[in-house]
Ligand binder design. Structure first.
Ligand code: FHN
Length: 487
């Protein structure tokens, strides 16, 4: 008996230490892995065409829309301090009134085609659209609840219109779906404690499955799901159910893309399983946050979802916090892509289906930049063999290196620092207009890295961020390659 207790304790201790190791980022090389039933299904990146396409988007649009757009962050003359789409959780807002807001939902100004045109002009490669947020209100006519758009004065299927309009513009659609559902009596925060709760919870699980199958059946053009509201112990404890459901969805829709937020492993690990492998197809953790270096991503795909105000995704009548400028958002776009991720900018239309003026301006300004410089974003990869400099960020496509310049140097000289024995620059030009830049070999630094100076046109002050394209010639250690490249 004593031996059994000691063995159990040792196994527990090992599992806990392993867990801690995995969460803090253990080395994947030469490691010992614990067999998991519900861990990662594909350690490392997916290499199929759908995922390649996902990787190439560069820029995405997120839209949060629901009945929370009606109060727009205000109730009874008071402004809610939290994110507008969470206003139902505000003590001051009577639940009953919130749950009846759908009776006023009649966005006659909603025009899915106009939304899609705006996204296209912005340069978005994909859309993530809220089918159902935490409040449980469904923007599609679900057969499994009455709390849907079909029971509003508007009546028409909004998800369907959005999916069709964006798909027609060549923008891939991903459906946001909150597992946590405040409108369903069956939803629990903690695992069920008694028979009555068990029955309710089982009903809720089936409801969730039904809704997801329904979405796939209704909108076969979609490319994936973007899950949210999966952090509570009730759902985290459902590794087997969630894994089976995920496999069912994938079998029904080959190529389906699902991020890291859907399910946990059997030890309750979210995002990374006990072995330190990403659960899902890409890392969904980077919400309003950008990794500081590429190592933090452990070789996984990722995207960053960004709000324009500090926080708050649904429409708020007043933006009470700092709101980002187009310049900052562009800089984030370049930064994310330089680290191999996509940036997804969030928009929150009002209760009538209109984007606020500031959002329209941001979309237009980003679009103008993308029209000229999108080549440095779409299908681009992080630059390799070249060191980041203070003027901005870098991406690469084969032998084309893109310098995203956010700080025009006062001396108009862009310094390039290559690792020794890698590249030398061939032709160098501004992406906007194609003006060639003068290149100067600046020798080597103390670390023996090769240095080059690129001269921006004399006296020119750029009005915003710009991109320089550098043709890369692999000198393979050949000192004369630069001289040859010049002719
Ligand atoms: O609580 C939500 C929030 O309202 C919003 O939907 C964001 C989008 O990534 N996700 C949740 C918080 O992680």
């Amino acid at each position: 008996m004593k031996t059994r207790i000691v063995t159990v304790c040792m196994a527990l201790f090992m599992a806990m230490s392993w867990n801690a190791w995995a969460q803090t980022g253990g080395s994947p090389k030469g490691r010992v892995t614990i067999p998991l039933k519900h861990g990662s299904d594909h350690p490392g990146k997916r290499t199929d065409a759908d995922m390649e396409r996902w990787r190439g988007y560069g820029l995405g649009q997120f839209i949060h829309w629901g009945v929370y757009a009606i109060p727009g962050g205000e109730w009874n003359g008071k402004t809610y301090n939290g994110a507008a789409e969470w206003i139902r959780a505000w003590r001051e807002f009577p639940r009953e009134e919130y749950d009846n807001l759908y009776k006023q939902f009649n966005p006659t100004g909603f025009d899915a085609k106009a939304w899609a045109r705006m996204a296209k002009k912005m340069g978005a490669g994909y859309l993530i659209f809220t089918t159902k947020h935490h409040d449980g209100f469904c923007l599609w006519p679900s057969r499994y609840t009455d709390y849907t758009v079909a029971h509003t004065p508007y009546q028409k299927d909004i998800v369907g219109q959005v999916v069709d309009a964006y798909t027609a513009e060549g923008i891939d659609v991903y459906l946001y779906f909150s597992i946590m559902d405040w409108n369903q009596g069956g939803w629990l925060y903690q695992p069920p404690k008694n028979e009555e709760e068990k029955a309710r919870w089982e009903g809720f699980k089936q409801f969730t499955r039904n809704q997801l199958l329904e979405l796939l059946e209704n909108y076969p053009q979609i490319k994936g799901f973007w899950f949210d509201g999966t952090w509570d112990a009730s759902w985290v404890g459902e590794a087997e159910f969630a894994h089976e459901l995920e496999q069912e969805l994938r079998a029904l829709h080959p190529g389906l893309i699902i991020g890291s937020r859907f399910r946990a492993d059997e030890y309750g690990n979210r995002r990374y399983d006990l072995n330190g492998d990403l659960i899902g197809d890409y890392d969904q953790t980077w919400e309003r946050d950008i990794p500081t270096d590429i190592g933090q991503l452990r070789g996984n795909d990722w995207d960053c979802c960004m709000t324009i105000p500090e926080n708050g995704w649904g429409y708020a009548k007043t933006w009470t916090t700092y709101a980002k400028t187009p310049y900052e958002l562009l800089s984030m776009l370049s930064e994310c892509n330089s680290l191999g991720g996509n940036l997804v900018i969030n928009f929150g239309p009002d209760g009538n289906g209109h984007f606020r003026v500031e959002e329209q301006q941001i979309a237009a300004e980003i679009g103008r930049w993308m029209d000229v410089n999108g080549e440095a974003i779409r299908d681009a990869e992080p630059a390799a063999g070249v060191h980041k400099q203070g003027w901005g960020f870098m991406t690469q496509k084969g032998n084309r290196l893109f310098l995203h310049v956010y700080n025009q140097p006062l001396n108009n000289v862009l310094r390039l620092v290559f690792d020794k024995k890698t590249y030398v620059p061939g032709r160098v030009k501004l992406l906007d207009g194609g003006t060639a830049l003068k290149v100067e070999d600046a020798g080597r630094n103390k670390q023996n890295a090769r240095l080059f100076n690129l001269y921006l046109p004399e006296g020119k002050t750029f009005a915003g961020p710009f991109v320089v394209e550098v043709e890369l010639i692999d000198n393979n250690g050949d000192q004369d390659a630069y001289q040859q490249a010049k002719v």
